[in-house]
Design a protein around this ligand. Structure first.
Ligand SMILES: [Zn+2]
Length: 195
C-alpha cells in the first residue's frame, strides 16, 4: 500500500528564521518519530536539474534540489510545499528518510512548540566546487556541534584534534545507521543548483 501524499502538515508553520530566510517551526509539540511532512516538488532527472540550474549564481546557496536516487531529483522550487523551507542544521531535530522513492522529514527527537525544524543537508562535495564553497555554504545553525558548513564531509577538521576524533566517530556511526535506510550519496544532497 502506498504511503499517502503528505503535502501539508498540521505539525508545522512557516515563518521567518534567524538561521536563513524562511524556516519551518513546530506548531505544537512534535513527538519523536513523527513523520512530519513529505518533501514535495517536481520530479526530474539529474540532467534536467543540471540544465535547469546551469545559469544559477554559484554564490547563491539557496538550493531546493533533493536527490532521491541515481535517476531522480526532486525540485522543491517547483510544484513544491513547505518542506523546502526547512533549514539545514548540523545537529537537527529532524532527518530525511526515503521511502517508495519519496522523501519524508521525520522527527528524531521530541520537538517543543515553536522550535525551528532542521536536518543535516549533507550536501556532497564536488570536484567542480569553487574554492570559496565553504563560505557559500557556511552554516550558522547555532548548534554547539556546528561543523561550520552545510557540506559533508567537513573538509577542514573542526578546531582541535579532539574535535577531529569526534567527527570521525560520528561518521562511523552514520555509515552503519544509514545502510539500512539510504546510502550517503542519496541523502539530502542538494548539489545540482550550484553547478
Ligand atoms: Zn551548523
Amino acid at each position: 500500500m502506498a504511503i499517502p501524499l503528505m503535502r501539508t502538515s498540521p505539525w508545522i508553520e512557516v515563518r521567518n528564521s534567524k538561521i536563513h530566510g524562511k524556516g519551518v517551526f513546530a506548531a505544537k509539540r512534535i513527538p519523536k518519530g513523527t513523520r512530519i511532512i513529505e518533501y514535495i516538488g517536481e520530479r526530474i532527472s539529474h540532467k534536467e536539474a543540471d540544465d535547469r540550474y546551469a545559469d544559477h549564481d554559484p554564490n547563491d546557496n539557496h538550493t531546493f534540489l533533493f536527490i532521491v536516487d541515481r535517476k531522480t531529483v526532486i525540485d522543491g522550487g517547483r510544484k513544491a510545499n513547505a518542506a523546502r523551507y526547512i533549514n539545514h542544521s548540523c545537529n537537527g531535530n529532524c532527518e530525511s528518510a526515503i521511502a517508495e522513492r519519496r522523501v519524508f522529514i521525520d522527527a528524531v527527537r521530541d520537538i517543543a512548540k515553536g522550535e525551528e525544524l532542521g536536518y543535516d543537508y549533507e550536501i556532497g562535495r564536488d570536484k567542480n566546487d569553487p574554492p570559496n564553497v565553504d563560505e557559500i555554504y557556511a552554516c550558522r545553525c547555532g548548534s554547539p556541534k556546528c561543523r561550520g558548513t552545510m557540506l559533508w564531509p567537513a573538509k577542514r577538521p573542526v578546531k582541535k584534534k579532539k574535535a577531529k576524533k569526534k567527527v570521525a566517530a560520528k561518521t562511523a556511526v552514520k555509515k552503519t545507521s544509514k545502510k539500512t535506510k539510504v546510502s550517503k550519496k542519496k541523502k539530502g544532497k542538494r548539489v545540482a543548483s550550484r553547478r
